[in-house]
Design a protein around this ligand. Structure first.
Ligand code: COS
Length: 384
């Protein structure tokens, strides 16, 4: 067993740590207030190559493996979650379908623009009738000669408003659905019949917009099927493959936030004096800190191991779900304790604890609820 993080990844971690401290943390409150990331910050993210973290170097990205990507996200989520969301959705679920299953032509056409950050992407799967039941998408793509005509409504689509390109999951055969009847398309935002709908109002993750996408007789050529003609009907597997990886990176995001909360709690509990001594000296507070640290340690080992397995070409369906399930629920428990340790101040908007608490509540829900992760794990355990 080798638990050393390679030197190149440690240098990357350091770079992101500096970026968070110098550029992101100072504007975190402003972003929260204005619900918007300033363009100059997005430009800095482009310059650091953050939009191309996992895109191979031959397509203009940094070519990081899963572990490398997780380490970057872990650092980025030590501040306002919206920064990670902006880049992570784009070079994660928004574009991974093209990388995993796209034709060489699609990769050459789109990946360099995504890696440079010129084009942001989004992943259009969720619909009012297809949340956990991804196979029940109602957005339909009907074949018309050498085109498909897409009609339907997507919702809860992160980056939907800023994306220039969407991976769109639509039904092409209503009888077959998840077994040969769902197709993944790459659709440019400028395509007639493709519109942004309402920007949804959320409990947290301000600065990262989530919205409806509307397809109204949106015509796309057959070459926009991810993987081309042979992949018509195979889009459910593309979507599932994308989510397998997304689940690991979500675990990393939860881990980073939990780690930051622990740091804040340790610092605060050593400074905050009640009954004549720092509250860290009270066993009840010490126990909370110990539980937080222990759970973070467990989550980190699980996540890094699953990422390491994936980087060695192993199927990690079960492990990715386990890491997402454990790390996201663990981070919520940590956030709950953090609010408790900070007491009244933990409930105030003046300190970041309150924001972390709200933002983290999304993590066991999006990119597959905890209930879906348990279902996937149980199925993997009991399959023939
Ligand atoms: N990788 C590759 N293929 C997969 C797969 C995976 N991780 N998971 C399922 N498949 C394949 C199956 O093997 C099956 O194909 P075959 O019949 O050829 O074997 C096909 O896909 C259908 O699978 P299944 O029967 O498991 O489909 P279900 O409709 O029962 O759905 C779950 C499975 C619940 C796992 C799926 O609907 C899901 O992940 N839901 C959550 C969606 C989600 O995360 N939404 C969040 C919003 S998107 S950010």
């Amino acid at each position: 067993m080798d638990f050393e993080i390679p030197e190149s990844l440690r240098m990357m971690q350091e770079t992101i740590r500096r970026f968070v401290k110098q550029d992101l943390e100072p504007i975190s409150d402003k972003v929260e207030e204005e619900d918007n990331i300033p363009e100059e910050i997005v430009q800095k993210m482009r310059e650091l190559g953050l939009f191309g973290l996992s895109i191979p170097e031959e397509y203009g990205g940094l070519g990081l493996g899963t572990l490398g990507e997780c380490l970057v996200y872990e650092e980025l989520t030590k501040t306002n979650a919206c920064f990670r969301s902006r880049i992570g959705t784009s070079n994660g679920i928004g574009s991974m379908g093209i990388l995993f299953d796209g034709t060489e032509g699609q990769k050459r056409k789109y990946l360099p623009r995504i890696a440079s950050g010129e084009w942001t992407t989004c992943f259009a799967l969720s619909e009012p009738e297809a949340g956990s039941d991804a196979g029940n998408v109602q957005t339909a793509a009907e074949r018309d000669g050498d085109h498909f005509v897409i009609n339907g409504l997507k919702h809860f689509i992160t980056n939907g408003d800023v994306a220039s390109l969407a991976t769109v999951i639509a039904v092409t055969d209503k009888k077959k659905r998840s077994r040969g009847g769902i197709t993944a398309f790459v659709v440019e935002k400028s395509t007639p019949g493709f519109y942004t709908g309402t920007i949804e109002r959320k409990m947290g993750l301000r600065g990262s917009h989530t919205c409806e996408l509307i397809f109204d007789n949106c015509r796309v050529p057959v070459e926009n099927v991810i993987g081309g003609e042979p992949m018509i009907g195979q889009g459910f597997k593309t979507a599932m493959g994308v989510l397998d990886k997304g689940r690991l990176t979500m675990g990393a995001c939860a881990l980073g936030a939990a780690h930051k909360l622990l740091e804040l709690c340790v610092e605060y509990s050593k400074e905050r004096v009640q009954f004549g001594k720092p509250i860290a000296r009270f066993q009840s507070v010490g126990n909370m800190l110990a539980d937080m640290a222990t759970e973070i340690y467990a989550g980190r080992q699980m996540l890094y191991h699953a990422a390491w397995l994936r980087d060695r070409g192993k199927m990690v369906i079960k492990e990715a779900s386990m890491a997402k399930l454990f790390c996201t629920e663990m981070a919520c428990r940590v956030a709950d304790k953090a609010v408790q340790i900070f007491g009244g101040m933990g409930y105030m908007k003046d300190l970041p604890v309150e924001r972390f608490y709200r933002d983290l509540r999304l993590y066991p829900i999006y990119e597959g609820t905890s209930e879906i992760q348990r279902l996937v794990i149980a199925r993997e355990l009991t399959k023939d």
